[in-house]
Design a protein around this ligand. Structure first.
Ligand SMILES: [Zn+2]
Length: 410
């Protein structure tokens, strides 16, 4: 396990934070630092066809070691870390044999990782936790995933008695800014299906995510001297208030869970003359998703009718779709992952993602791609941690999926 911990630490101590405001690809130059290190490492452990393209995507192959035809499968992780919190000077702390008590991340700043707030910690009593020093994120999202894939490939190379078909791996940049799949060359990757190693708790297996749209509401008003405004002024902010009130009040993020969708008002800028509202619209079910978009449009229509003029304009753009539609026809790829976990005594936790993944975009690009746990918790902040044992478990799941796939196609 120490070898795997060392590998993980060598990745998280390289700053690879991506930048949502930079249109360049990749969005930050520093992602190349880890990319180059990975290329060297993949060479060292003996993978073939190692490529690093102009967009910072690394691909490599572990050739088949069986004589029969087995579908090529892939494993994908992302090398960047979230723009939400700094990834500069990550100083991982190792806590062997975790005792279930508070972990003091930083004495000077009194930053404590406590199971009284983060109950999940208690799942890992007796294990080796890797945390931050309280001043950065850790980057287990998704360098745990990268560690698991590299370690699994190394393990398979060192254990040729484990039979498997061809395996392709890919490490992408810029997942955290929503672009990890954008320049992914699915044809070059050449896998029949793949798995992102980018979930959280041990056992997570996900193949459903939201259908997603972004909407901008623009409301035009009319400014007049307030003392002489009677019958003349149109205050766009007050119309915005009516718009907000006309949407279902309980279909918002803080009132919904599981398969319940929502309208989320994420930004609002207003003055008398003009107000803009930015929304995201989410639902797992395609029909309910379409209904939500129509409902949104209807609110604008009704308001305009009531106002007697077209003051409310809306623009709705679809962002991504539920991968379920693409994965269900090939559900055996989920079943294989589930079976792999069960054989390793890991209880599969199959649930719908209340968000999107790169896998959902990849699924619509022709590479069905469920998501598997990578082991970390509390992503994108200073309380992020990962049990080393969870990294090992995810690595074992990759090895087992490779083995089961070869068996099933014999
Ligand atoms: Zn991630």
């Amino acid at each position: 396990m120490q070898h795997i911990i060392d590998r993980f630490i060598s990745y998280v101590t390289i700053d690879t934070q991506s930048d949502p405001n930079n249109p360049a690809f990749p969005s930050t130059e520093k992602q190349w630092d880890l990319a180059h290190l990975l290329v060297d490492e993949l060479k060292q452990i003996g993978l073939s066809d190692i490529t690093l393209d102009d967009n910072c995507y690394i691909m490599a192959t572990l050739p088949s070691n069986v004589n029969h035809q087995v579908p090529t499968i892939g494993f994908v992780a992302h090398i960047d870390t979230s723009p939400d919190y700094t990834g500069t000077n990550v100083k991982p702390q190792i806590h062997p044999n975790y005792d279930g008590m508070d972990i003091i991340l930083n004495t000077e700043e009194n930053i404590v990782l406590s199971p009284s707030y983060f109950e999940d910690l208690l799942l890992y009593k007796g294990q080796t936790l890797i945390t931050t020093d309280g001043t950065t994120l850790l980057g287990a999202d998704d360098k745990a995933g990268v560690t698991e894939i590299v370690s699994a490939m190394e393990y398979l190379i060192q254990h040729p008695e484990i039979r498997h078909g061809e395996i392709r791996i890919c490490f992408t940049p810029d997942e955290e800014v929503g672009k990890g799949a954008h320049k992914f060359d699915v044809a070059k990757f050449g896998a029949e299906w793949a798995y992102t190693m980018d979930g959280s708790q041990v056992g997570e297996l996900e193949y459903e995510n939201f259908n997603a749209a972004g909407a901008v509401v623009t409301i035009n008003g009319k400014i007049v001297h307030p003392g002489y405004a009677k019958g003349k002024m149109i205050n766009s902010m007050l119309i915005a208030k009516d718009f907000i009130a006309a949407l279902p009040q309980n279909e918002i993020p803080q009132e919904t869970t599981g398969y319940e969708g929502f309208f989320h008002l994420c930004d609002m800028q207003g003055e008398v003359e003009k107000t803009t509202l930015e929304y995201i619209i989410r639902d797992h079910d395609m029909e309910l998703f379409e209904n939500k978009k129509n409902q949104f449009k209807q609110v604008a229509k009704d308001l305009n009718k009531h106002l007697g003029q077209e003051l409310v304009q809306i623009e709705i753009k679809d962002q991504y779709y539920n991968m379920r539609e693409k994965v269900e026809p090939v559900i055996h790829i989920v079943n294989i992952a589930e079976e792999a976990m069960k054989e390793l005594d890991i209880k599969p936790l199959i649930k719908a993602i209340r968000g999107g993944t790169d896998g959902s975009q990849l699924s619509y690009m022709g590479l069905p791609c469920p998501n598997i746990f990578a082991g970390g918790h509390n992503f994108h902040g200073r309380y992020e941690y990962v049990p080393a044992e969870s990294i090992v478990k995810a690595m074992n799941v990759i090895v087992k999926i490779a083995e089961l796939t070869a068996e099933k196609y014999r």
